[in-house]
Design a protein around this ligand. Structure first.
Ligand code: 8LE
Length: 467
């Protein structure tokens, strides 16, 4: 396997010929069983390393009666207890600033990123130079698979602050040899300026969230510009469901006349692009030699069979500063077995990550994810650009209303327009929902991750009562 060592060491001058499809052909296309053997050996190295250097893991595994030497197969590895994000947060509170899962001396931490901390205590990511370079090399490789090349100009259009998404895309593009344009996002008036700069700089690749790309397209149109005239070839995304949600991805692809790629797991398990598409289709591959992904049953926490749904559990194979060993994501996906026909022999998540367990609600016995509602609503002709999903989790049975912005052209036939969307929701998702049309620009747009679910019993009652 190319440049496969522990601790990781990458040849920073290595660069495939632009015509090559694979960055590392052997690592990417080898039989999955052979790769699994190498991964098992690596897992043992990573576990031994964490045992020696990170008190957090030694404590946790002692309590569970597990020692790295007892892991003799990938099946054994399932016995290793999962790590929950709350545990990381609590451990950092006790062992400031980086937690007792920091496995290098604090003096080796050269970059700090973090969670936004909108819920609870923020978590700091302390990243060594070695890990920073591993992430850059990994991201360059996944972006190469998306068809990004050194002659591209990559716009980073998400907040350039604590958010690792932006920096991960930045250093990946830089390592790949592309021109990087770190415009960021999130300050007043920035979007209109982004549109102008994109034209001036001849940006060919966009990185950000799906919600932000749609907002940017609206802003361009308001400025009298067809977003397709901006000259983008490709857009790649992370941060929220969207790039693998059919109606959202086709809205983006059509608006910009460009190809759409999904990627992204969690900042903690950077290189977060280890879930990353290699084709302009919904879904992501699990780049198992970067981060080992297991899709598990959310209650028993055992791996589910290929073809089944579960929550991803991640193990970093190249991180030395804050290794993550079986981090429980709480997200939802379905995985499929590796197929040689795809070229890259990695497991595949055909619908990407479509939601979080916490965000799921149940309407008359049907489990519903907000992203499935997004998909139906955003496919409607005359959709005005935003919507809100209003639920109440107070009673045992959730009910649902959806406020949907309409384009002016729909104004004369709103009742049948709303009824059409309600019908689609019933047919596609099996749920009854009150659909309430609202004027365009009623709702705020986001420059980062959308928050469309409103849990408000009174509002729900009012909407359900409205005719
Ligand atoms: C569906 C991956 C990154 C750096 O872009 C990110 O957003 O990391 P962060 O801030 O730690 O948030 C992780 C959560 O965002 C995940 O647990 C998942 O719920 C959501 N997420 C990230 N990427 C995707 C996603 N959901 N599709 C994605 N591509």
């Amino acid at each position: 396997m190319e440049q496969w060592s522990w601790p990781p060491r990458y040849d920073e001058s290595y660069q495939p010929d632009p015509a090559e499809r694979f960055w590392f052909p052997r690592r990417e296309t080898m039989p999955a069983e052979q790769r699994d053997e190498a991964i098992l050996a690596r897992i043992r190295q990573v576990m031994e390393y964490a045992w020696e250097n990170a008190p957090f893991y030694r404590r946790k595994w002692d309590e569970a009666g597990i020692h790295p030497s007892s892991i003799k197969s990938l099946a054994d590895f399932e016995k290793v207890p999962v790590v929950r994000k709350e545990e990381l947060r609590a451990d950092q509170a006790e062992n400031e600033p980086f937690g007792s899962y920091l496995a290098v001396p604090t003096s080796e931490v050269k970059h700090v990123n973090g969670t936004s901390g909108t819920t609870g205590r923020p978590t700091a990511f302390g990243i060594s130079e070695r890990d920073w370079r591993s992430v850059a090399n990994a991201h360059a490789r996944v972006m190469w698979a998306m068809g990004i090349r050194p002659d591209d100009t990559v716009l980073v259009a998400s907040p350039l602050s604590l958010y690792w998404g932006s920096w991960g895309a930045y250093i990946g593009a830089e390592r790949l040899g592309a021109r990087v344009f770190p415009f960021g996002a999130g300050t007043a008036g920035q979007t209109a300026r982004t549109v102008r700069w994109m034209r001036q700089m001849g940006v060919t690749v966009f990185y950000g969230t799906p919600s932000y790309a749609l907002h940017l397209a609206e802003v361009a149109r308001d400025d009298g510009l067809d977003p397709a005239s901006l000259g983008l070839r490709k857009l790649f995304f992370s941060g929220e469901p969207g790039a693998s949600v059919p109606s959202i991805r086709s809205r983006i692809a059509e608006a910009f006349g460009a190809q759409v790629y999904d990627s992204g797991s969690m900042a903690e398990v950077s290189p977060w692009m280890h879930l990353g598409a290699d084709s302009d289709e919904p879904g992501v591959l699990c780049w198992q030699d970067l981060v080992y992904t297991e899709v598990c049953d959310p209650t028993g926490l055992h791996r589910v069979d290929y073809g089944s749904e579960g929550t991803p559990v991640y193990t970093t194979l190249e991180r030395t500063s804050q290794p993550m060993i079986r981090l429980l994501s709480g997200d939802l996906t379905r995985w499929e077995a590796p197929s040689a026909d795809r070229g890259r022999t990695y497991p595949f998540l055909p619908r990407g990550i479509y939601g979080r367990i916490d965000d799921m609600f149940t309407v008359r016995g049907e489990n519903v994810y907000p992203s499935a509602i997004d998909d139906v609503v955003m496919a409607a002709q005359g959709y005005g650009g935003e919507h809100r999903i209003v639920i109440s989790r107070e009673s045992t049975m959730d009910s649902l209303a959806v406020q949907v912005e309409y384009e002016d052209a729909m104004a004369s036939s709103l009742e049948s327009w709303a009824a059409g969307i309600a019908d689609r929701l019933r047919t596609v998702l099996g749920v009854g929902a009150k659909v309430v049309p609202v004027r365009q620009q009623t709702f705020d747009r986001t420059e980062f991750k959308a928050r469309r679910v409103v849990d408000d019993r009174d509002l729900l009652r009012r909407l359900e009562g409205a005719s």
